[in-house]
Design a protein around this ligand. Structure first.
Ligand code: SAH
Ligand code: SF4
Ligand code: F3S
Length: 468
């Protein structure tokens, strides 16, 4: 991908799971660039293949083992030519399985968790020296952020920035507190510096990431602890930063400061992913969510009072142990009451080591499937209605990727809807005004309104870099 002659080896990274893994993969590439690794688009022939994995549901973890089977064949093909390929497993499956991974998949050379990838150079040199499978599962997150190099790779017009990691909530179904460890918030100054660098190389939009991002409590310049609302307020002052988003939030941690930021800051996009998981108080308690269904309804009311056009998204789990028809009906009622612009819904998947996996009354698979279908059809109808209501409106769209059709660019509306427009390549990475002409189940189509200029361009050096 890069023409840099100092990059002599190739690296292929495949990313599973959440946006934090996407961010981590980019940072792994940053760590490896000084060692001469350039990123490749496919694993064939690569010197190093990294699978950055997700352990959230059973299926996500299984995918990793089947991918490792395919990669073993590529490693063997290389070995037949007298060349080597190193295989690394990173992320949450690596953290959860550790040594076990090397036993189940002996073709793997390195196993390291989400808090250990700053140690990649050391792990690689030991693996290259033939010291056998290397496993690194350390937890001190401070070390990681302190020892990572500055980001060397651009993420384009819309960039991710991890501000918080880990989770102390311990929802009874969830592996995250075990794979990502305790909550840790990066200091404000580090975040501001990274944000400035991102904007300088062309980001118009930043998405602040954290497993529980609205529990952010980083130390501010004078030592006091800052919440997420205050951090966003400060970021909104950065010249050139047109849009701010954050994900994922917990309903319990939605404080007044954050709601006020939604009220006051035009660059804080009117969209919030606020997982609720279920609508029955009995199930929410068994999930150890620490909020009831009405707490969620009230949180939504407060948000809508502050920012009436805010679009809401959520996550749902159906078939949690003990969920009966009445509980499930409460979930449907909550969805009907709130009205979501979009949402993700999953069948409960028992995860080893989590308290819910040991609960009696596991719900049979066909019941989960039936409930999921019912919930998804309600959510799909709400999403379709939300998209339909956008037709005829003018929306600001950040054109951030190329469409499948020639001459088409795709961007996001303020409410995160994908918008397809016919637009010249020169508008890639620009914020443009679009009139929405049609709504589809998962996207919108629109017509460019401001022709050639774009409402806002990226910082000037980006234009040069993009052409280079
Ligand atoms: N930190 C975020 C998201 C965590 S994982 C939050 O607290 O909301 C993303 C989503 O995966 C969760 O919101 C939940 O809906 C789903 N999920 C997590 N564990 C699961 C499990 N064991 N089975 C099914 N879905 C699960
Ligand atoms: Fe998992 Fe709950 Fe933490 Fe979200 S808040 S990461 S669902 S434990
Ligand atoms: Fe998956 Fe780990 Fe993210 S389990 S959802 S990759 S935090």
């Amino acid at each position: 991908m890069s023409a840099d002659p100092t990059l002599t080896k190739t690296l292929f990274i495949k990313t599973y799971g959440c946006q934090m893994n996407v961010y981590d993969s980019a940072r792994m590439a940053d760590v490896l660039a000084p060692l001469g690794y350039a990123q490749a688009a496919a694993p064939e022939g690569a010197d190093l293949v990294i699978l950055n994995t997700c352990h959230i549901r059973e299926k996500a973890a299984e995918k990793v083992y089947s991918e490792l089977g395919r990669i073993r064949a590529l490693k063997q093909a290389k070995a037949a030519r007298g060349e080597t390929m190193l295989i690394a497993v990173a992320g949450c499956v690596a953290q959860a399985e550790g040594e076990e991974m090397l036993r189940r998949a002996p073709q793997v050379d390195l196993v390291f968790g989400p808090q250990s990838y700053h140690r990649l150079p050391d792990l690689l040199s030991r693996a290259e020296a033939g010291e056998g499978g290397q496993v690194e599962l350390g937890f001190p997150i401070e070390d990681k952020f302190d020892s990572l190099p500055e980001e060397s790779l651009e993420q384009g017009p819309s960039a991710f920035l991890t501000v918080q990691e880990g989770c102390d909530k311990f929802c009874s179904f969830c592996v995250v507190p075990y794979t990502r460890g305790a909550e840790f918030s990066r200091p404000v100054a580090d975040i501001l510096a990274e944000a400035e660098r991102r904007v300088a190389v062309g980001a118009l939009e930043l998405t602040l990431l954290g497993q529980n991002v609205n529990a952010y409590h980083g130390s501010g310049p004078a030592g006091a602890s800052w919440g997420l609302g205050r951090l966003i307020r400060r970021l909104a002052e950065l010249p050139g930063l047109a849009r701010i988003r954050y994900t994922t939030s917990h309903p319990r941690d939605l404080d007044d400061e954050l709601i006020a930021a939604h009220r006051d800051l035009p660059s804080l996009m009117p969209y919030l992913h606020l997982p609720v998981q279920a609508g029955s108080d009995r199930i929410l308690a068994a999930m150890n969510r620490r909020h009831g269904a009405d707490d969620y309804r009230r949180a939504v009311e407060r948000l809508r009072r502050a920012r009436p056009d805010i679009a809401l998204s959520s996550d749902f789990i159906v078939g949690f142990p003990g969920e009966d028809d009445r509980d499930f009906a409460e979930t449907l009622r909550l969805v009907t009451d709130v009205g979501f612009a979009q949402a993700y819904s999953f069948k409960y998947s028992a995860r080893p080591g989590t308290p819910a996996a040991k609960l009696p009354d596991q719900v049979p698979e066909p019941v989960k499937a039936e409930r999921l279908a019912q919930l998804q059809s309600l959510l799909d109808a709400q999403q379709a209605a939300f998209n339909q209501a956008s037709v005829g409106r003018r929306l600001e769209v950040l054109l951030e990727r190329r469409g499948r059709a020639a001459g088409q660019l795709v961007g996001r509306s303020p409410a995160m809807q994908a918008v397809h427009v016919a637009a010249p390549e020169s508008l890639f990475g620009r914020l443009v005004e679009v009139e929405i002409t049609a709504a589809h189940p998962n996207s919108l189509a629109g017509r460019l309104l401001d022709g050639d200029a774009g409402l806002r361009a990226a910082a000037p050096q980006e234009a040069e870099r993009a052409c280079a």
